[in-house]
Design a protein around this ligand. Structure first.
Ligand code: MCN
Length: 784
């Protein structure tokens, strides 16, 4: 592969196995005597379980066992947990209803598991699951977050009256009220952020193997964070102590946040493996994935922006209802609060902000992190408001934003975040030039001559990633610090293994992390292996989400590399009888500055292990570990410009140009970063135009397959124009900011701002389907 350091467009090391079909996913794991699990799932959104009759299923061929919730509770398997304690504004803790991996009493969403069948083959298990007879007594269901709080709404959990989980505030209410009293203009909007289904390519799966003789469990699973999975399984679900539980997340085909959470199926697979005395495999099919993978978004908000006579923003007031579904999952408390409301300042200098977030239970699939997690919701709200306010006061959306940009750093927002570095004018300028903003009126006129409606929309997003400084999240109620760890092992003949707590499930870590080592030691990337995803191999780790693996995971590697380098230099200095300060590492060699004396990296590594000529008192070996805990989040930011053409006859929107100008700090591999942005933009455009998890009033998911849930395809998206501007992040040794979510965060408002501009009607919600756009454009034409 060669020596390709920081900034190289190195081809992905992992692609050899992925594009030749040699990846090893959880479903590829086949163990001797393995049985298969199939879950019996509720067809009702809300129902009491009167009885479960498994007698017919037990008689069916190959069936080993049918296990139900009462047995699980009897074996003291713990309830599923939420990781971040939120207190309501009255000081009371959030109200959590119990979530059991197999529900024995009341089901609260369609697809909830009530029993599991273990059989010799997958087909036998599924057939037998169909033969389990569950007597349900249906209860009224509620699916809408706002309606769930109204008097008389069906109640999900006795712990949470009015289905209210928490009623949480951020910012200064009095200062915000005072700002509105002084306002010359107030922009008001009701905004809904549509519910999404994550849809990674590989559905979730688990293979659990209990070894009776050693009382030890191994779990192969589609996890973004195997160590956290082990921790949670051990500490809360009472499966086994950590030393008796190995979690392996092998190749994982995408997650987008949905594989952070430890789901009922993994817990049940482990428990069932011990119960039936054989390894147990469960593989989700796509229909189960629609019903049980944690969904994303689903916010309903009212927003108000106060401006002075000069169009300077005085205050921002937001009220949001977050529909969390039937249960609280791992990040569900933090997504609509600390990941959402702390970004309501956007790229703008807003003196006063107050936000209230009410989180509610409904009879829908639980909601957790989905690419961006809270930050797309904030960006959509802020950027729709900016565009709308500019239109209302009759100034250009560009001038309006520029008037209000933050320009001095560090910048303390009124909602906790302190932005460390950025240049928002630079990315705005770059995007405007690339999209030929000045030429837009002419293109609009030309489109009109063909009977088409052209629109231009901007989105100046900011996000907080590099999740997260342990001190900050600890003080905000997170149960755990979010540092990362690394170990760098230089083997005796010079090959290098880097053990990282980050987990790659599509982000190319095996390549970018190796680039760091190439940069530092000048070695060939083929001599470097990145090891991750196995709790028995890697010391510890917090996993991958919140675009943290670059800024946090790689920083831990840098710290470990510093230690390795320092020791290697000591050894080289000793062997070459030189001063330590004179040793330089270059091109895979350790040289004495100003002389022709040198040793190869391999010679120094070998000396560290042969150990007969080491400096006095030095331990043998060349292996160092480090933990890195960031001091702040990182703040990627940029401007997205979208130009659309709408056909008023059909309502069909065509994105004719999309420019993304991003600031990700130092870039390790531009090609991988571009791939990340492409993926994020496409998911964001999917949310804006096509995707929606839609329920009927009884709580049935109407969009439960690809026949009804529209994913973006190649012809829905344009050829993106990507640009970058670098402001170095001062908070980590490489100066990096995350890039993994930006596209999905910044793009939806750019698309909707463009369509609403085209159709001359601001009243349009996501997804902007052809039907919605057609109706809205007719109103727009009447108003024109
Ligand atoms: N990188 C870089 N230069 C930068 C920033 C990042 O070269 N300035 C590189 C990194 O080294 C890494 C990749 O870009 O190889 C992404 O880095 P980062 O932004 O730190 O994000 P993470 O690696 O932590 O990945 C998480 C992020 C999230 S939160 C979601 S959701 C998401 C995403 O990554 N899910 C994905 N991208 C995905 N891509 C795929 N294919 N599949 C998913 O499930």
């Amino acid at each position: 592969m060669g020596v390709e350091g920081i900034g190289a467009r190195a081809l992905r090391k992992e692609d050899k196995r992925f594009i030749t079909g040699k990846g090893r996913y959880t479903d590829d794991v086949i163990l001797p005597r393995m049985g298969f699990a199939a879950f019996v799932r509720s067809p009702h959104a809300h129902a009491k379980i009167n009885s479960i009759d498994s007698s017919a299923a037990l008689e069916m061929p190959g069936v080993d066992a049918v296990l139900i919730g009462e047995q699980l509770v009897g074996d003291a398997i713990g309830n599923l947990i939420c990781g971040w304690m939120i207190h309501s504004k009255d000081g009371s803790p959030m109200k959590m209803g119990a979530w059991r991996a197999l529900e024995p009493e009341i089901v609260r969403h369609v697809g909830q598991a009530v029993a599991v069948v273990i059989a010799d083959t997958q087909g036998q298990a599924r057939d037998a699951a169909d033969a389990v007879v569950v007597d349900y007594e249906e209860l009224p269901a509620i699916v809408d977050g706002v309606a769930a709080m109204e008097a008389g709404a069906p109640q999900l959990h006795p712990e949470a009256p009015n289905n209210l989980i928490y009623d949480w505030d951020i910012g200064d209410e009095a200062a915000t009220d005072a700002a509105f009293e002084k306002a010359a203009h107030v922009t008001r909007m009701d905004i809904h952020n549509n519910r999404l289904v994550p849809n990674p390519m590989e559905p979730r799966s688990a293979v659990a193997d209990y070894n009776d003789a050693e009382e030890h469990y191994t779990l192969y699973t589609t996890s973004q964070n195997p160590h956290v999975a082990r921790l949670v399984l051990s500490a809360f679900y009472n499966v086994a102590p950590e030393n008796k539980l190995r979690v392996i997340a092998p190749d994982v085909g995408g997650g987008f946040g949905s594989k952070i959470f430890i789901y009922p199926e993994e817990i049940v697979a482990l428990w069932a493996s011990k119960r039936v005395g054989r390894p147990v495999k469960w593989v989700s099919d796509r229909a189960e994935a629609f019903l049980t993978d944690a969904h994303g978004r689903d916010h309903t908000s009212q927003a108000e922006l106060a401006l002075d006579a000069d169009n300077k923003i005085l205050g921002f007031r937001v009220k949001t209802v977050a529909n969390l579904g039937a249960y609280m999952s791992l990040f569900s408390s933090s997504v609509p609060t600390y990941l959402y409301a702390t970004l309501l300042s956007g790229q703008y200098d807003i003196p006063a902000i107050h936000a209230n977030v009410k989180a509610v239970y409904t009879n829908t699939t639980p909601v957790d992190a989905y690419r961006g997690a809270g930050r797309p919701e904030a960006t959509y709200l802020v950027e729709r408001m900016m565009e709308t306010a500019a239109r209302e006061v009759g100034v250009s959306p560009v001038d309006f934003r520029r008037k209000n940009f933050v320009r001095t750093f560090p910048h303390q927002t009124p909602v906790i975040m302190c932005y460390d570095a950025g240049d928002y004018d630079a990315t705005l300028d770059a995007a405007l030039e690339a999209v030929d903003y000045d030429g837009f009126p002419a293109r609009k006129a030309e489109a009109a001559s063909r009977g088409k409606l052209r629109g231009m929309g901007l989105s100046c997003y900011i996000e907080a990633c590099g999740i997260a400084p342990s001190a900050a999240v600890g003080s905000l109620g997170a149960g755990v610090g979010l540092w990362e760890s690394a170990e760098v092992r230089v083997n005796p003949i010079g090959s290098i293994e880097v053990l990282t707590g980050s987990h790659s499930h599509g982000q190319g870590h095996e390549t970018t992390f190796a680039q760091l080592i190439c940069e530092r030691f000048g070695v060939d990337a083929d001599t470097v292996s990145i090891v991750h995803g196995d709790t028995d191999k890697v010391q510890f780790g917090m996993g991958t989400y919140g675009s943290r693996s670059g800024a946090v995971g790689m920083s831990a590697i840098v710290k470990a590399l510093d230690k390795v380098e320092a020791k290697a230099k000591k050894i080289a200095a000793h062997l070459m009888e030189a001063a330590e300060g004179d040793i330089q590492i270059e091109g895979g060699e350790l040289k004495v500055a100003g002389t022709d004396k040198k040793l190869s990296f391999t010679e120094v590594a070998l000396a560290a292990y042969t150990a007969h000529n080491l400096p006095e008192g030095m331990e043998p070996g060349l292996k160092e570990g480090a933990f890195y805990d960031p001091t702040n989040f990182t703040f990627p930011a940029g401007t997205y410009a979208c130009e659309v053409e709408v056909d008023p006859e059909t309502g069909k929107t065509q994105i004719v140009n999309f420019v993304a100008a991003d600031d990700f700090g130092t870039i390790i591999n531009p090609m991988i970063v571009e791939g990340q942005v492409h993926g994020g933009l496409t998911q964001g455009i999917g949310q804006a135009l096509l995707e929606n998890a839609s329920y009927d009033e009884q709580g049935q998911l109407l969009t439960g397959s690809y026949m009804d849930y529209a994913m973006p395809r190649a012809d829905d998206v344009p050829s993106y124009q990507l640009l970058t501007n670098v402001t170095v992040c001062p908070g980590n040794p490489l100066g990096m900011k995350g890039c993994g979510e930006a596209g999905a965060i910044g793009s939806p408002p750019a698309v909707i701002n463009a369509i609403t501009d085209a159709i001359n009607n601001n009243d349009l919600s996501m997804p902007a389907t052809a039907e919605r756009v057609w109706h809205a454009s007719r109103l727009g034409m009447k108003q024109a």
